[in-house]
Design a protein around this ligand. Structure first.
Ligand code: KG4
Ligand code: ZN
Length: 349
């Protein structure tokens, strides 16, 4: 009988502590412990994230092993996220994974978080064929990646300011919605008119993105209670008028904001598909859970003859399943890391 390959993967780059098991390219478990502690602060507090990872990591790994029906003695390699992310958070996962690999005397696989978001598209069938394009949209990143193989990827476009998730979350904050507001905008948008309000479209050349103009346009529009998108002191509404305007128009505001963010993403993705001639198109990252983006991708696929791919919801936001699948291909290539491999906050590939 052929030997199977079983990998334990850890993801701890931001505020989710996650562990997953992959056997021969199939994800057997993907457990995620979401840290609720940050909600009251309106964003992730790095110190609290590190402390929560330390509390969560052992139980999450135990749950992942249990769900997959494997024990530590079945593990052939240990994988972890090496970059990018919050350094304190990354170090909890990396030190845990290194200690475990040392104790089990098994190889170590250090994985780049953004590459893993892209390869989340290889978890389930049907899988995209190489080369494919992936629009990776998360709270910290917005990139178009040209993926030639499981190890050869090139960023051909990225944001010059905010990430798409950040744009959603900042807009939500302006609307008075709690953090992270992206999923809430998505929820309220379902009841609203996407064309009711018009927010600024960036004029940026090439395949790069910009979201700061949209953010400013939303800010002024709300401050003026819908009378103008420009900074006009004479139109400034009182706090009460502003809140009433938001309350009366919440669904339309959410739908219009979502429509603009999605249209910015889709127009660059279309441009990338035309320039490269690639027709297998994927999305990945937390914002790929957005229903407006998912629908827009499917519609564009039908219109332009693309084959489109979206990971299952659980593999869109930060998760160890995507680290495990990336580690599996790295394992097959024999591309192991030593215990001295560095963990870094920076995003360089
Ligand atoms: O990939 P991810 O879980 O973490 C990072 O690596 O950043 O992405 C989190 C981001 C947050 O900004 C969150 O608001 C956004 O993804 N997000 C959404 C939705 N679900 C998550 N944004 C819009 N619509 C959604 N349904
Ligand atoms: Zn991520």
């Amino acid at each position: 009988m052929n030997k199977t390959t079983t990998i334990l993967a850890i993801e701890s780059s931001c505020d989710e502590t996650s562990a997953g098991i992959c056997r021969d390219g199939k994800i057997l478990s993907n457990r995620i412990a979401t840290q609720k502690v940050h909600e009251q602060y309106g964003g992730v507090v790095p110190e609290l994230a590190s402390r929560a990872h330390i509390q969560n990591i052992v139980p999450v790994v135990e749950l992942a092993l249990q769900e997959a029906g494997v024990t530590l003695s079945d593990i052939d390699a240990v994988a972890f996220t090496k970059a990018p992310g919050l350094i304190g958070s990354l170090l909890v996962g990396s030190q845990f994974a290194k200690s475990l690999a040392l104790a089990l005397n098994k190889p170590l696989l250090a994985i780049h978080h953004m590459q893993a978001h892209v390869l989340a598209n290889l978890i389930d069938d049907p899988k995209p064929a190489f080369p494919f394009l992936c629009l990776t949209v998360s709270g910290g990143h917005t990139q178009i990646v040209l993926c030639e193989s499981t190890s050869q990827m090139k960023v051909i476009g990225e944001t010059i300011d905010d990430a798409a998730g950040e744009a959603f979350d900042k807009a939500a904050k302006l609307l008075g919605l709690p953090y992270p507001g992206g999923p809430l905008i998505d929820k309220y948008a379902k009841e609203g008119d996407p064309l009711k309000f018009n927010f600024a479209e960036p004029r940026i050349q090439g395949l790069d993105f910009s979201f700061s103009g949209v953010k400013t346009s939303i800010l002024y529009f709300l401050q003026n209670a819908g009378k103008s998108h420009m900074y006009k002191p004479e139109l400034l509404a009182t706090e009460e008028e502003k809140n009433k305007f938001i309350q009366d128009n919440l669904a339309d505001l959410c739908a219009s904001i979502q429509h603009r963010i999605v249209s910015i993403l889709m127009s660059k993705l279309k441009k990338a598909a035309i320039e490269t001639g690639i027709r297998h198109i994927c999305i990945a990252g937390g914002v790929s859970a957005n229903s407006g983006l998912r629908t827009a991708l499917q519609e564009a696929g039908k219109k332009h003859g693309w084959k489109t791919y979206i990971p299952d919801f659980q593999y869109c936001t930060d998760n160890a399943g995507m680290i495990a699948i990336t580690a599996y291909y790295k394992y097959l290539a024999g591309d192991f890391d030593t215990l001295s491999v560095e963990t870094t906050a920076r995003a360089e590939w």
